[in-house]
Design a protein around this ligand. Structure first.
Ligand code: 13P
Length: 254
């Protein structure tokens, strides 16, 4: 049985003041052990302070990215060990904004995945197609290429300690989410890819859906058999919306 995960990706939003209010709303919602695992991913400068505010709450802390290198002369980068040092247990890798806006290719994403795991972080690997790729019926090819690039470098068993996130690029920040059937189709494809070689691991792997998740659509998305929670952008910046999304995951039988 997979425990679902609801992760808030705050992207490049927030300030110390705004974060304090948001965290107190998240804490007030009282996420218990019986619902989904809850995770927040603030921007780097706020990780330490948000982590301290979340201490002993059971809510996990994650980073939005991680450097592929372990240490050294990499101006502007943040290593996996540093993220662990400030309390992170997760790191998102391969988000489509990093792929598209910061030219991260499949190989770099794979190295980031490995770098995160080497320090004990759980990577959340994002895959997803653009609208052009979907319209050209290339969704399957694209998401499997993105997944296989990481399997080639990290090995299939590495997914025993990872999370996958299907985030169709056309659904991110657009208000136009994938339909539950569209999400299920891709989630099931991803799970079957891993199942071919390790059925037990594949059955335990959590696959999140991301792209315009909100309180109004979370329940129907989380009801799909291979959707194990959400990677939530905009709606995670609103405490009440985020609470209702977590509640939808709980109702779906997290
Ligand atoms: P939105 O929920 O704002 O569409 O963002 C999704 C996302 O990119 C989460 O990583």
């Amino acid at each position: 049985m997979r425990r679902s995960l609801v992760a808030g990706n705050w992207k490049m939003h927030g300030s110390r003041g705004a974060n304090a209010s948001l965290v107190s709303e998240i804490l007030a919602a009282g996420h218990g052990d019986d619902g989904p695992e809850v995770l927040v991913c603030p921007p780097y400068p706020y990780l330490w302070e948000v982590g301290k505010a979340l201490k002993d709450s059971g809510i996990a802390l994650g980073a939005q990215d991680v450097c592929a290198e372990a240490v050294g002369a990499h101006t502007g980068e943040v290593s996996a060990a540093m993220l662990v040092d400030v309390g992170c247990t997760y790191a998102i890798v391969g988000h489509s904004e990093r792929r598209a806006l910061y030219a991260e290719d499949d190989q770099l994403v794979a190295r980031k995945f490995v770098a995160a795991q080497r320090e004990g972080l759980t990577p959340i690997l994002c895959v997803g197609e653009t609208l052009d790729e979907r319209e050209a019926a290339r969704t399957e090819q694209v998401v499997l290429r993105q997944l296989d690039a990481v399997i080639d470098v990290a090995g299939l068993d590495a997914f025993g300690k990872a999370v996958l996130a299907y985030e169709p690029v056309w659904a991110i920040g657009t208000g136009k989410n994938a339909t539950p059937d569209q999400a299920q189709e891709v989630h099931s494809l991803l799970r079957r890819r891993l199942q071919q070689e390790n059925a037990t691991m594949s059955a335990c792997l959590r696959i999140l859906y991301g792209g315009s998740v909100k309180a109004a659509n979370a329940a129907e998305l989380f009801a799909m058999p291979d959707v194990d929670g959400g990677l939530v952008g905009g709606a995670s910046l609103n405490g009440e919306e985020f609470r209702r999304i977590c509640e939808a995951a709980r109702q779906a039988g997290a």
